[in-house]
Design a protein around this ligand. Sequence first.
Ligand SMILES: NC(=O)C1=CN([C@@H]2O[C@H](COP(=O)(O)OP(=O)(O)OC[C@H]3O[C@@H](n4cnc5c(N)ncnc54)[C@H](OP(=O)(O)O)[C@@H]3O)[C@@H](O)[C@H]2O)[C@@H](O)CC1
Ligand SMILES: [K+]
Length: 671
Amino acid sequence: MGSVFNDAHHGDDDFDEGLDDGLDNDFADGPDEAPETDDPFVSAAWRAEQVRAMERPLLERGVPLMRMAATAAAHVAQAMLERQPDGPDVADAHVLLLAGAGDNGGDGLFAAAELADQGANVVCAATGRTLHAEGLRALLDAGGRVLALDPEADIPGAAVPDAQDGTDETDGDPLERVMDLYENADLVIDAMTGIGLKGALRGIPAQLAERIGADRIDPRSPALPVSEPAAQYPMVLAVDVPSGVGVDDGTLPGTYIPADVTVSFGALKPCALLPPAAYACGQVVLVDFGFDTSRVPVAVELVSAAETRRHIRLPRLADNKYARGVVGLITGSDAYPGAAVLSASAAARANAGMVRYLGPERAERMVLDRLPEAVFGEGRCQAWVVGSGIPDGDHADVDSPQREAIRRLLEPYAVGEANWPEPESLLNIGLDDLPESFEDLMAMLAPTYEGGQESLPPVVVDAGALDLLPERVPPQVVITPHAGELARLLRSRGQAVDADDVERDPLGCALEAWRLTGATVLLKGAITVVVGSDGPDKPRVVVNGNAPAWLSTAGSGDVLAGSLGALLAQAAADEDRSLTLKMADLAAAGAFIHGLAGQLASGSGQAARPPVVVYDEDRDRLAEAMAPTSEKLRDATPFAPIGKPILAGDVIAQLPNVYALFASMNLSEWN
Ligand SMILES: NC(=O)C1=CN([C@@H]2O[C@H](COP(=O)(O)OP(=O)(O)OC[C@H]3O[C@@H](n4cnc5c(N)ncnc54)[C@H](OP(=O)(O)O)[C@@H]3O)[C@@H](O)[C@H]2O)[C@@H](O)CC1
Ligand SMILES: [K+]
């Protein structure tokens, strides 16, 4: 399952005819499979200590988890070899196992023993001073060989086969030996460290990861769909997690070995979903041990098609345009009028009842040109979008009327004020209505001061409006910064952070912004990280990974802001007051819709975090599930699997098709 639109297309109601525009490439009619990607289990991740807690009862009952893990890893290794068009059979394969002293190494040893049993030529490079005793015995019994890298190692049976030149193990630099083996291997099994990693890799594992990682990390390589046949040998299979990645926070604290496939045991760990570590995981195959996850709070969640669908409001018989949600936009400027067009068009094509635009005359004219349906001036709105295409405080005119309008719109959201206006009154504010000062605004709204801050309409605060955000706001304020903008926001609140810091630790920085502002934080990136409120002082972390790399294009952010505004307006049209605890999921659903529109527009099967494959004991079904995207989409689109360049307007044009895909999902599930 390499593509999210399959995920969006699994219902009973077959979806193919009747949507010519944009879907004529039959893209949406891809393989009708993988309903399991809607299983919450494959879209949730738990921290290492939580995973250990879930393992414990099974281990106490004597369930042989390590052997189960190893067999799964061996099957996955075989599937990797078999999918290479001219790859070797297992019996002829050269396998290099990098094994640490812990249980992760144990998994690797048993898995490698199974491959050696089938005739594979296996060499284990032991990176610690010991090896899992039974695993070692199994590998040696199966004919595998062991090279100890640590001079202090005490590993019975470790002997170095002649790597190249017939000399014995004491010759030469053992690291060089491993690199020779690496260069001649078909498959590397990385079992140096798993969830027991503390901090950054050090010692021999760090040196190995540095050498091998440097060979495999090329920032200039294009974004390809995962699971395509290897462009380079050897392929790397990571056992549980790629060694060296920050298991719980998704960072890359030091050297690491990026994997083609990561076989994850029992449950996903956050590193499988969070950037940048998720990029190092490649295709993720999840082995279900039957953990009881019911009492363990999810640490990080991947938004799914099923979850996104829950937030979409299909039109009803008795609807009028207001009932379907009205989006108000204060976006675009004389300097960037195009952002007004893009954000308003995106909102209008994303299932909103109406779009109301407030901005300078030139931008208004352009919006009207492209969107005759838009209305201008005051009136009711269920959600707002502000700031896209508006210069920030460093670049705007001091008396920019739009910034002033946004400032006034946001002022009532400032937490800490004694009184809050009823939403009704705020909903009805137009640009011309906005009084001169906050005091005047409050006076105007005075008769309706009753509601709490949670009843204010949701608002997307983007780009140039981020520096207008009040110190603290309620969760229905969604901020949508990219890394540079988030760094700036954090600096304005006393944190010494730059864009690189945000890219190194997106979760940590998004959490910090959430803590400091109270806003729902949507941090844009190849994988979008959303942090919102899950109750008092309790964060909810949701990520979206379906966007193809083509979506990094001018105006993409304006489209996201507009279409997210439309989603929020739909939700608010129904919910009135109870969006507060749904905002993280709503924001992530907005990112999912945007990413899916990008996939449809570009015809791309590439995605930063494609759906997770569930391990299947049946070898054929496993091979099918792990099959390359190009194979799955071969007949679906001439552009598969990589796709084609797109403009922001192409993404907007696909938004109705995204909604159509959701509308076509099993109708009985809509209730
Ligand atoms: N329990 C079970 O039945 C099951 C467990 N499962 C498997 O167990 C794995 C967890 O095993 P674990 O707890 O033994 O830890 P593990 O990941 O091998 O790491 C410990 C090793 O890493 C080393 N090390 C640590 N930090 C380091 C650093 N910074 N730099 C360098 N080295 C460092 C550390 O060295 P030390 O600090 O002791 O010198 C030690 O050697 C889990 O991921 C899964 O694969 C599955 O089979 C399912 C059933
Ligand atoms: K590993």
